[in-house]
Design a protein around this ligand. Structure first.
Ligand SMILES: Nc1nc2c(ncn2[C@@H]2O[C@H](COP(=O)(O)OP(=O)(O)OP(=O)(O)O)[C@@H](O)[C@H]2O)c(=O)[nH]1
Length: 559
């Protein structure tokens, strides 16, 4: 039952319920047939398990779709079958009669369900609200207002090296006018102006009162007293930096204040043999902005996971041929899926059974029926934690770039992909010049600032498709695809010039840093180790040739 995106949530749910009702007689017919094969006194696990699955599914789906009477009757039948399967009860003529009675009750319910659905025009749940932070602007326009004209221009130029478009203003009036004409992504504001000791915060407070939405603002000032800081907070300031300010710190803060573009939606895989229930959960999670894949057959899950980078798997507990815990165990034995969060969604309420299912390495249990709001919250929280953990594993903590192992892994993947598609690929190895001297002269923390600044410059100035990593120490690696080596050199040279223009400050003294780079291209070097070795050799040549330059590696035949 494909539903177009234009369909309302309610309409889609109505169709799923209709489909459930349509399939009900078939399911009950199967139950009846299985009942005829059962004879009292004997253990017949196969038909009993099948019957149990039918009632279990009806119980869960009935609850999910709001058919309380179906849920109640199926629940009783399921309980009987569970006890017989566990050996706690014998299948007596009396129990068989009971089971037949439940099937009959369910068959009769069908009519009342039809009429109940017609009367039920309102959904039983509220649509989860779209998360506010997932919408927003992404532009990098910043206004900087300081009556020290030189400082305003200097700082604006430096922030430009971090990928920001900064307009400097030396008067409150000119900035006020600019904000009202074209609101920026954020404002950097001095505190003291000729108009008064806290004229900066006063202007921001006045502007925010006039604007529909306040503009993120960070204050810079020579003042460090509590009153100045309090005034800035009351004006809505998000950060306060004492002068002299470091461009790299401001860039860091601006990144936090302005990066409000929609994040990559969470990828959720739903495994449920009941397509209506799976579609229902998919619908709820999609409406909260998540990307969903559905698998009705457990054996398809490993294949799907290969090309669907799932943040979390929502899994049914009872499925024919392969149960949820069995599937969880299969996944845990595949390298790469050891940490993948697996959450069961089931109407199983028996704590002992839930615990047993969790023991195979699953991360949680959601009991049906589950309110859409709660489903979204639970999935969101767990997927978010997964992303954070994964990020810690693959990123370098100082620069936020991919770490050594990850960049090697990504290089292999990118080269294999370029091999298939025939695209070009270039690897640049970059190393800060005389970095030891930076540490020795200004101290290790200042050295760290330089590495952070270089990391930022690379991340913000390169394309989204370029892969940037910290290869180790003061060495960085950049993977660029779809470019020839001369184009890549042009880009790296522009970055080199930008970085050389950044002014660093330590103990009141200014200094600048440069970097050298070596470039090697695929397919000229068609193996990851050879490519890295060639780029490294070119970097070494660049150092020997005087530093602050990019050299290209060529195979012997071309040298
Ligand atoms: N601050 C800081 N320094 C680091 C870090 N990792 C490595 N280093 C330092 O980076 C310096 C690298 O120095 P060298 O390899 O001798 O080279 P260099 O001084 O950069 O000179 P050239 O590469 O020849 O231009 C060493 O002093 C390391 O201690 C880090 O995370 N933070």
């Amino acid at each position: 039952m494909p539903a177009g995106p234009q369909d309302s949530f309610q309409e889609r749910k109505r169709r799923l319920r209709a489909s459930f009702i349509e399939q009900l007689p078939d399911r009950l017919r199967q139950a009846r047939e299985l009942l005829t094969t059962l004879t009292t006194g004997e253990r017949q696990d196969e038909p009993l398990s099948q019957l149990h699955l039918i009632f279990h599914t009806l119980k869960g789906s009935g609850a999910s779709f709001g058919f309380d009477a179906i849920n109640a009757s199926a629940k009783e039948a399921e309980q009987i079958l569970r006890e017989v399967l566990d050996g706690d009860r014998r299948l007596s003529p009396h129990l068989l009669t009971d089971l037949r009675r439940h099937v009959r009750t369910l068959e009769e319910l069908k009519l009342s369900v039809d009429s109940a659905m017609a009367a039920d025009s309102q959904p039983r749940f509220a649509l989860p609200a779209q998360r506010a932070e997932e919408t927003g602007s992404n532009h990098r326009l910043i206004y900087l207002c300081d009556d020290d004209t030189l400082l305003a221009q200097e700082l604006s130029a430096q922030l430009g090296c971090f990928g920001y478009e900064v307009d400097p203003y030396d008067s409150l009036e000119s900035m006020r006018e600019a904000v009202l004409n074209r609101p920026p992504a954020a404002i950097i504001m001095d505190v003291m102006f000729p108009e008064g000791g806290d004229a900066g915060p006063a202007t921001i407070a006045e502007l925010n009162a006039r604007l529909e939405a306040p503009i993120p603002c960070l204050f810079i000032s020579v003042r460090d007293d509590f009153q100045a800081r309090l005034r800035a907070v009351k004006a809505g300031g998000h950060a306060y930096c004492r002068k002299p300010v470091k461009a790299v710190e401001l860039a860091e803060l601006l990144d936090q204040l302005t990066s409000r573009g929609a994040p990559d939606p969470y990828h959720i895989l739903i495994v449920d043999d009941d397509p209506d229930v799976a579609q229902f959960y998919a619908m709820v999670l999609e409406s909260a902005g998540m990307t969903i894949r559905v698998a009705s057959e457990p054996e398809r899950v490993p294949g799907i996971l290969e090309d669907f980078d799932a943040d979390l798997v929502l899994m049914d507990l009872y499925m024919p041929k392969c149960s949820g815990p069995e599937l969880a165990r299969v996944l845990r034995q595949i390298p790469g899926y050891l940490g993948l969060p697996i959450i069961y969604v089931s109407s199983e309420t028996d704590a002992r059974r839930q615990f047993k299912a969790l023991q195979v390495g699953a991360d949680g249990f959601l009991t049906k029926p589950i309110e859409p709001e709660r489903l979204v919250t639970e999935v969101h929280l767990r997927a978010e934690r997964m992303r954070t953990l994964r990020s810690l594993m693959i990123r370098d903590s100082l620069t936020g770039l991919f770490n050594h192992n990850t960049i090697l892994q990504l290089l292999k993947v990118a080269m294999a992909s370029c091999q298939r598609s025939g695209r070009l690929l270039c690897l640049a190895m970059i190393d800060v010049d005389h970095f030891k001297a930076v540490n020795d002269t200004h101290g290790h923390p200042t050295g760290d600032q330089v590495l952070m600044a270089l990391g930022r410059t690379l991340r913000l100035r390169l394309r989204e498709s370029d892969i940037v990593g910290r290869y180790g120490g003061e060495e960085f690696a950049v993977i660029m695809t779809g470019l020839d080596v001369d184009q890549a050199k042009g880009i790296m040279d522009a970055l080199r010039e930008s970085f050389a223009a950044v002014t660093f400050m330590a103990d009141g003294a200014e200094f600048h840093c440069t970097f050298s780079g070596g470039l090697a291209a695929f397919p000229e070097y068609d193996d990851p180790s050879a490519l890295i070795e060639a780029a490294d050799a070119a970097l070494y040549q660049a150092k020997r040739a005087g530093r602050n330059r990019i050299l290209i590696a060529h195979t012997n035949s071309r040298q």
